[in-house]
Write a protein that binds this ligand. Sequence first.
Ligand code: DNO
Length: 349
Amino acid sequence: MKMSFRWYGPDDPVKIEYIRQIPNMKAIVTAVYDVPVGNVWSNDSILKLKKTVEDAGLDFEVIESVPVHEDIKLGAGLRDKYIENYKENIRRLGKAGIKVICYNFMPVFDWTRTQLDKVAADGSTSLVFYKEQIEKMSPLGGELSLPGWDSSYKKEDLKDLFEKYSKLTEEDLWENLKYFLSEIIPVAEEAGVKMAIHPDDPPYGIFGLPRIITNEENIDRFLKLVDSEYNGLTLCTGSLGCASSNDIPKMVEKYAALKRIHFMHIRNVKNYDDGSFEETAHYSECGSLDMAAVVKALVKHNFDGYIRPDHGRMIWGEKGKPGYGLYDRALGAAYINGLWEGISSCLEV
Ligand code: DNO
């Protein structure tokens, strides 16, 4: 495995020099943020980013994300033009040394929470999703915004998008995903870049918008849409794990054995009976997921892809992007390193 850390570029309050100081930290996961969704990234921007990362002593091998334009998900408008742009981004990133591209196929919104700074008993804050809060939220009111989201939608664009999605069924979304993959995977194969879809977070439809990368059955279906190693997964334990029906260690074991996981997002969540959940520290006992079982499944199948500690809480007074501070993610990386080393040495005995 190769340990990595998400960094939002020079404007990120977390300094790249500090990321390097985390034990076993090898690579930065980042993206070019200066182009609107759907456009081609300039070679200059890509190479500048690569230089910044490499000058900091870290590898530039994973992009999160190259976002997919809504026209592609909707199968409408300028879809073919945006797919051509997407292919060009894959080629350019491959030439720059990128090995994995993470992306998602969630209509309109990426990961969704109802509160970004819920104070826990120990004084730390974290992201939470409470059913009673989500029911009261109106996405068209414009009060929702998260660091991973495309913030360029204006209220009117959102209205228009909701209108278009109201006619799109889950099956249509599958069709459009298949169309997209059939176009891009051959290019990814040629460029030597593994595509790694991120699961839907949370893994069910929200605000009446369909979501399909949600559970084992659907992931099996996804992998068959284009049966290539280059059509793979970002397996995010927290995204899939906030649905208690998903058996995360089992899924990790299955897809690691198939060599279809290229990128692991490892974090813990505490689930409640009504479907609400809270993001917690990585340590198993803090949440509902068995982190040792997850790492064991990876070690067992000689996982050689990338891992990043996902969302941390805000601790020790840190201020920053919700979920993306330095301290708790660094603790997460150290914890995963410890599990990895301990489990590998036991499995060797
Ligand atoms: C959340 C992230 C996601 C992820 C995208 C990939 O913290 O894991 O925003 O980057 O879904 O496109």
